[in-house]
Design a protein around this ligand. Sequence first.
Ligand code: NDP
Ligand SMILES: N[C@@H](CC=O)C(=O)O
Length: 435
Amino acid sequence: MRTRPLKVALLGCGVVGSEVARIMTTHADDLAARIGAPVELVGVAVRRPSKVRAGIDPALITTDATALVKRGDIDVVIEVIGGIEPARTLITTAFEHGASVVSANKALLAEDGAALHAAAESQGRDLYYEAAVAGAIPLVRPLRESLAGDKVNRVLGIVNGTTNFILDRMDTSGAGYSEALDEATALGYAEADPTADVEGFDAAAKAAILAGIAFHTRVKIGEVHREGITEVTAADIASARRMGCTVKLLAICERAADGRSVTARVHPAMIPLSHPLASVREAYNAVFVEAEAAGQLMFYGPGAGGAPTASAVLGDLVAVCRNKLGEATGPGESAYTRLPVSPMGEVVTRYHISLDVADKPGVLAQVATVFAEQGVSIDTVRQQSRPDSQETGGEASLVVVTHRAPDAALSATVEALRKLDTVRGVASIMRVEGE
Ligand SMILES: NC(=O)C1=CN([C@@H]2O[C@H](COP(=O)(O)OP(=O)(O)OC[C@H]3O[C@@H](n4cnc5c(N)ncnc54)[C@H](OP(=O)(O)O)[C@@H]3O)[C@@H](O)[C@H]2O)C=CC1
Ligand SMILES: N[C@@H](CC=O)C(=O)O
């Protein structure tokens, strides 16, 4: 074993960074044995230097992250600050000053992954980011390496722990949305700004990364159709239950049948209770991968939290350190091609639409006609007079579940339904997946 240690700089020492530092210290001998050289933590950049950080030598703490990455003797920089800047500049500066980088920063990778990979490759450095998608679950490396000889056609999964935790609590214990979000935040699952979780930005970033690696292309977060969970109501969850389904926030990445384009989307969806994703509870994540030769694979595990995420970061640290010692690098930007991302309107799926309608003869036929005019075939219809029908002037709830149809046709249907006098409101529209 080499005795000169590999030097590691840690940028960020919050939920994830503090666990990375702890495991680096407590598992130092094991890490050295697996890498073939010891690793030494030589600096920890934070924003608030006076904060007490258990197990970290105060002499290592600095607020000058730029000076740390510019030292010139750092082998690996671990970036767990998050956000776009200063993380992006720190990473590219680290490459320029001789370091490879391990990052958990999905927001940045989904925004600027191609440029960062190109910068790493041009400097002969590595950029690894297993922790950026689905926390502890090995997913990036299996897609990038183990399945590199196969053709992945579809990736479908739960990739945000916070929203899965909230939906699970709302479904199983009847908890309120805010109460469940507070609990997820206290457990360290939520992003610094939980809007990123509940509005689907975090899952969209992960979908962009997954689509890119799975299909050997590049997808930016802005190209991912995104809907969050803020509009999911207790009524939607109850309605899903009546259909033998549950509601999950799904990330779905698909390669077109002709292989010439891809789609990537994140939205709440109803999935049958019999589907394996339906039993993914709390902050767990799970991802289905469908590949031509391998068939269906499922990856499951903790998708958020300090220690699980640190596990993925340390796995990358070992891989990058091994590459350093072997004077090699992992696959770079030149391994990627460019496939166009098709708009959401071209996605074909099923829909569950809940309407408030006038409770009088002919309404059902009127609604069915609108669906037919837009070429959207109805699978089932359930109509129920509301208990407050008298006060609402005779109102009923109408739940329509369609066969598979293009998203654009469904949008046109909903627009036309809103124009009917007898349709008093569109209470919810949810896609039905996983059947
Ligand atoms: N939490 C999770 O479950 C997961 C997180 N991630 C990703 O990991 C990354 C880190 O997340 P997390 O640990 O939760 O975030 P935290 O907010 O808990 O920690 C961020 C850390 O970065 C430090 N920091 C912020 N700005 C600067 C700056 N300008 N210079 C130096 N240090 C700075 C903070 O310092 P200070 O301590 O002084 O405030 C803090 O130590 C993010 O990219 C996140 O998306 C990925 C998977 C799961
Ligand atoms: N906020 C994220 C953390 C991990 O990526 C989540 O809830 O999944």
